[in-house]
Design a protein around this ligand. Structure first.
Ligand code: SF4
Ligand code: SF4
Length: 440
């Protein structure tokens, strides 16, 4: 008997997903950029310390930025060439970062395709490889992976969850990865399982990816692995860690807590594949899969992209625009960032580039709140966005904080349903900054 399709219990929305634009398009290599702009701040935590200077020759995969402390990550050259300059840039998130600009020169080295003997390594050695190769969470949060996998004494990992949900509309990079790179992904799962020794391993995939579900199940049974593929209802934000755990293991991460508080570790499918490449193939995180799509774009694609490739190069490779885009967005439409400059480079956390149509982005007229409560129903985190917004508007930050402002994940569900077009998420973002400032 078919099991019931699971989801998280309260809130969430069902935006049109537009995945059909790119979900059948196989991954292909994006052209090597003549110049790669590699940010030293591509992760949560301290920026990497620059190890090169203008004029230096670099090899593909060479360490050019060293993690500064535990809460940081190594950065590697994504192309061979010569360092042209070190300059300050703005990333899609608005964060300012130093970046190493490499002019492409010379040859690519062969290698990185034969699997090494990772099975003879112990968990500490595997963790060191993950650290050395600069692995961070590729789902967007860019949290340094070794920190996530460091389990405090006395804690036990009950559930290792692979997040294959990809619930943001338009994005299909994880979908294609699960279909096309299944073997590497499953080897990545085996590597992480060796580190964490979980009691159960689960992969959560939304039901709108039937080919990924089928391929995963087939390969898992062929390899006789003990991994459960759990089919989830298509609902946004199913891919949020907390919502995913509610759906999969029916447990709730406490406010301000981490999945490990309920014995779980969650990693995105792209991250697990990067771990496979890092550990089994000895390849640092120098490229990732990026969906480039949107109704304003001529030919959407799923690219394997060298980190540091300017966004404009990818849009060009898609044949440019068929209509004037209303907005270019890095990431998904719900939580992504509008781009003003196509020179912004792809970083480790770039899952997609969207060229939205003018119609999709035309701002509606904002009107006063009518107290309909739709935002309250839609909030998957049990907050009252309308009340929070009013407190923030009246600078009553203590009230907003007590009502859970910091639990807001900026998912955008409240904005999506508000008939008055009140910019609720923007209010939450600003409110958090001002509340923190007031607290000192
Ligand atoms: S953006 Fe924040 S307040 Fe709005 S629905 Fe998401 S979590 Fe709730
Ligand atoms: S959805 Fe908009 S109009 Fe309705 S209560 Fe929330 S803020 Fe007010």
């Amino acid at each position: 008997m078919a099991s019931k399709i699971r989801t998280f219990p309260g809130g969430g929305v069902h935006p049109h997903d537009y995945k059909y634009l790119s979900n059948d398009i196989p991954i292909r290599n994006a052209p090597i950029p003549p110049e790669a702009v590699i940010a030293l701040q591509q992760h949560m935590g301290a920026p990497a310390q620059c190890l090169v200077a203008p004029g230096d020759e670099v090899r593909e995969g060479m360490l050019i930025g060293k993690a500064q402390g535990v809460f940081s990550a190594n950065v590697h050259a994504s192309i061979p060439g010569k360092v042209k300059e070190i300059r300050d840039i703005y990333l899609a998130t608005g964060i300012r970062s130093k970046a190493v600009v490499i002019e492409f020169e010379g040859e690519f080295e062969t290698g990185g395709t034969a699997e090494g003997d990772w099975r003879s390594k112990d968990p500490q050695e595997l963790m060191q490889l993950i650290r050395d190769q600069g692995i961070v969470g590729l789902g967007g949060a860019t949290f340094p992976t070794p920190i996530k996998f460091t389990i405090r004494e006395g804690n036990k990992v009950e559930f290792f969850v692979i997040n294959g949900v990809e619930c943001e509309p338009f994005l299909t990079s994880d979908h294609r990865l699960m279909v096309e790179k299944t073997e590497g992904l499953l080897t990545g799962v085996e590597i992480v399982s060796r580190i964490l020794s979980p009691r159960r391993v689960l992969i959560g995939v939304e039901e709108n990816k039937p080919d990924a579900i089928e391929t995963l199940n087939r390969e898992i049974s062929k390899k006789r692995l003990s991994i459960e593929v759990v089919v989830l209802k298509t609902k946004y934000p199913q891919g949020d860690e907390k919502q995913l755990l509610k759906a999969l293991i029916h447990q709730e991460v406490p406010s301000g807590g981490l999945p490990l508080d309920i014995g779980a570790v969650v990693s995105n499918a792209g991250t697990i594949y990067a771990i496979y490449e890092a550990v089994a193939l000895g390849k640092p995180l120098i490229e990732r899969i990026v969906t480039v799509t949107g109704p304003a774009l001529k030919s959407p694609a799923n690219f394997k992209v060298r980190i540091g490739t300017p966004v404009g190069n990818l849009l060009e490779e898609c044949g440019g625009f068929i209509s004037t885009p209303g907005k270019i967005v890095a990431g998904g439409p719900m939580m992504g960032f509008a781009l003003a400059d196509p020179g912004v480079p792809v970083v480790k956390g770039t899952s997609g580039i969207l060229a939205l149509s003018e119609k999709q982005t035309r701002p509606g007229l904002q009107t006063p709140c009518i107290g309909c409560g739709r935002c309250v129903v839609a909030c998957p985190f049990g907050l009252s966005p309308t009340a929070l917004y009013k407190w923030i508007d009246h600078q009553e930050y203590d009230e907003a904080m007590s009502a859970g402002l910091m639990d807001c994940k900026e998912c955008g569900c409240c904005n999506y349903v508000c008939p008055a077009r009140i910019p609720l998420v923007q209010g939450m973002k600003l409110g958090k900054i001002l509340a923190r400032k007031k607290k000192g």
